[in-house]
Design a protein around this ligand. Structure first.
Ligand SMILES: [Zn+2]
Length: 149
């Protein structure tokens, strides 16, 4: 169960990613490579390492393996993934939630994220409302879904 309609086959190994160049992302000021796979995945609702749009398309931010600038003191061992929108007001789409699960599956598969990574919301590690009430309240369910894969 990952947000898709029952019976629909979901290819966990594929997710639509738009690379930085394709969406004309401005180059980050520094590009530090991570020394080991990320142990934490921090969910946001602002523009960071990866952005997930409401239609489930992933926009590459820094990309895998590159230290981001999304959560002070956690950047060196975590990946930041942001959902486009303000989830204090709106609910994240099932497409975007499914894209997150597939992205994480791929991240683990390719060794960018530790298999036993911890999924947290930005507010778990900093004083912020990010990633919004509605998205944050879905994290336990997402953790459960990740365990079943
Ligand atoms: Zn955040």
């Amino acid at each position: 169960m990952d947000g898709h309609t029952p019976g629909e086959t979901v290819d966990m190994n594929s997710v639509a990613v738009v690379c930085r160049r394709a969406w004309n992302a401005v180059d980050p000021r520094d590009r530090t490579e991570m020394k080991s796979p990320a142990q934490t995945v921090i969910v946001h609702h602002t523009a960071l390492r990866f952005l997930i749009s409401g239609d489930g398309v992933v926009y590459e931010g820094r990309g895998w393996g590159i230290v981001g600038a999304h959560a002070k003191e956690h950047n060196f061992h975590s990946v930041g993934i942001a959902f486009m929108g303000n989830f204090n007001d709106e609910l994240p789409s099932s497409e975007s939630l499914s894209a997150l699960l597939r992205l994480l599956h791929i991240g683990v598969l390719h060794g960018h994220v530790r298999p036993n990574f911890v999924l947290v919301g930005h507010r778990d590690v900093a004083k912020t409302a990010c990633p919004g009430e509605h998205l944050y309240s879905l994290l336990p369910k997402l953790r459960e879904q990740l365990q079943n894969h």
